[in-house]
Design a protein around this ligand. Sequence first.
Ligand code: MN
Length: 290
Amino acid sequence: MHTPGKKIPPTRRHVTRVVRGAPATDGAGVELTRVIAQPALPMLDPFLLLDAFRSANAEDYIAGFPAHPHRGFETVTYLLAGRMRHRDNAGHEGVIESGGVRWMTAGRGIVHSEMPEQEQGLLQGFQLWVNLPAANKMDPPAYQEHGAAEIPVEERDDGVRVRVIAGETATGTRGPVVQALTEPLYLDVELPPRARFFERLPTTHNAFVYTIGGTLVADGRDGGVTLRRDDLGVLSPGVQFDAAAGDSGARVLLVAGRPLNEPVARGGPFVMNTKAEVRQAFEDYESGRL
Ligand code: MN
């Protein structure tokens, strides 16, 4: 019952808007779909950027992302298919393969390259940028790297499979990535045709669902909203997220994080709180201090 003047706590999370990924080119000419960090969705605090890449045409990805810097946030690479090699100026190097994740805290700064370790075949995955609080932007760089075998898979009713990359599901499966600053949840959810899925999310986290393939029907403001491939649904505050796959099933990312509510100053590969800090980052990079 509605009591006038009394705020009812939100319970169900519905899709408040649908954003379609836009074609973009980055690195040395990699063709990708930019989902967050485009005019329709500049950011979704603490998430600064989401790119999806998927191509079996080597020309789209072979140039990779040669040496470039980052400061002030985290870059998260999750691969569904292919191999990518990463190398930084502090001597850290690694390869991620299908099903693997590299959660890199750039902190005060690194210079790194991210290159496909393949000359043909499908390369498919995502890069998500997660902001760091002002107090932690200059922390030392850190890596959390996990292969597919280290990422737990929850088998649910209806044949739903949930890969838990970060955070903890309602039934207690914990992903290997831990980040206490933004408490991210990062799930890769596969649904057979018409399967149902629900998950509880921390109430005040910002959250989105991104459709990798198939169709997903979720609650909207007034009735169901259908999300198709490359659609991102921004979720309202609340707890429970309910969805069902369409006739061809669905694969989606469900991602949530604690908003930082701090000023954001962007300059290409640097994300700080003020323009002066971004200028400082460029100066530090140009004088070899990253
Ligand atoms: Mn990078």
